[in-house]
Design a protein around this ligand. Structure first.
Ligand code: BGC
Length: 388
């Protein structure tokens, strides 16, 4: 009887451990103060219609920044950072339940692929073979199609890192999935460092020539209680942007930002010029364009800096990518109710999506997005949080 009882307790403990696993990974250097540790915890977040379980991980750094990521879509469901008074707030848009994420949502917090952004008419050609993709944005292809990487289940594992905590997400995209050639093996690693950075590293290999352009689609609002992002100050490290057609496909021109509402070389509020009479702004109903980053494609450089004067929060973006899509949340219209019952109104969040240029597979003058067998796709973007 006693043995039976002990075995039962042991089983209960083991079951508990697999359900809710907490690992304290690293100690803060001794300061004489209370010891602060990074941690990763795992919980069940929900079940998909096909019965598969979705997990959610919570990553915490030594300064109390906390990020939650779920295995469905690799979606960052919350990201809590302190304001200038030390009060923590959630600076990304999202929902409380998996069911909400399964409704039609505009890519909140998700990993985007196989091709982030638009491909004109849902077609491209590689070595004389034409590939046809879903036309899921008018006649264009957007963010990987009907079931892009934002809607697949990723395999998660914790990764050891020196100065923080990390989560590795893996997905194998089959040859011709959503119309793209090649079996693509993708690993996205989210690292939350003790220097208050979120590093996103994207790696992929293929067994057939294909195109790849991966990005992260978090909608940020550094002042979570505010209605919109218009009073937040943005700086973009770009002398040029890519003008688009009415359907938001780049015309191919690299246009200097000087003298246009697209000039963010000096920090200015998002709202400052957004209502100007401007053909490009009218096409996007605001900003929905790719800026051509100064500096070298492939090397880490400053891309953007966002500052909210009310909370003092600053977010800097650095990347190895050649471009950044700044989308000012122009399609948000109040019809979505998110975390804590907040209605997501017009421009209540903004995206800073580091990436290669939209429609590059059809624009030979743009940096290439072709990935060949034997090569590794490897890009990194860093979001660094601070206050001033
Ligand atoms: C695009 C927008 C699009 C949004 C989807 C952005 O990356 O640039 O045009 O509406 O994603 O929510």
């Amino acid at each position: 009887m006693k043995t039976y009882y002990l075995t039962a307790v042991l089983f209960a403990l083991l079951a508990c451990n697999t359900k809710q696993k907490k690992q304290e990974e690293q100690k803060e250097p001794a300061t004489g103060e209370k010891e602060v540790r990074t941690s990763v915890t795992r919980e069940k977040f929900g079940t998909l219609p096909d019965g598969k379980e979705v997990e959610r991980y919570t990553l915490t750094n030594t300064n109390g920044i906390e990020m939650k990521v779920m295995t469905y879509g690799g979606i960052i469901t919350s990201l809590k950072t302190p304001d200038k008074e030390g009060k923590t707030g959630d600076i990304v848009l999202g929902f409380d339940t998996l069911e909400d994420y399964l409704q039609k949502v505009p890519y909140f917090g998700a990993i985007i692929g196989r091709y982030g952004n638009r491909i004109a008419n849902g077609k491209f050609t590689l070595d004389d073979t034409e590939y046809t993709l879903a036309q899921n944005d008018g006649k264009n292809h957007l963010h990987g199609g009907n079931k892009g990487f934002d809607k697949v289940l990723w395999k998660a594992s914790e990764a050891k890192v020196d100065n923080g905590t990390a989560l590795k997400l893996r997905y194998k995209s089959k040859d011709m999935e959503e119309g793209y050639p090649g079996n693509l093996d993708i690993t996205v690693t989210y690292t939350l460092t003790n220097n208050d950075e979120l590093k996103v590293n994207y790696r992929a290999t293929t067994d057939k020539k294909t195109v790849v352009n991966l990005t992260q689609h978090s909608y940020f609002n550094l002042a979570p209680d505010s209605e919109n992002i218009l009073s937040q100050e943005l700086q973009l490290n770009a002398d040029a942007f890519l003008p688009v057609s009415k359907t938001l496909i780049p015309t191919g021109e690299l246009k200097k930002v000087g003298g246009t509402p697209f000039d963010f070389r000096q920090s200015k509020t998002v709202g400052k010029d957004i209502e100007q009479q401007d053909e490009q702004l009218s096409y996007g109903n605001g900003y929905d364009h790719c800026w051509v980053l100064n500096g070298e494609n492939g090397s880490m450089k400053k891309a953007a800096s966002l500052y909210d004067p009310s909370s003092g929060r600053v977010m800097e973006v650095l990347t190895t990518e050649p471009g950044i899509q700044f989308y000012s949340g122009n399609f948000l219209d109040g019809s979505l109710t998110g975390k804590g019952n907040k209605k997501y109104g017009f421009r209540s969040g903004l995206c800073l999506e580091t990436q290669h240029y939209p429609d590059a597979p059809n624009q030979p003058d743009f940096p290439t997005t072709v990935l060949n067998p034997g090569e590794e796709y490897n890009t990194t973007t860093v979001f660094k949080f601070s206050v001033k």
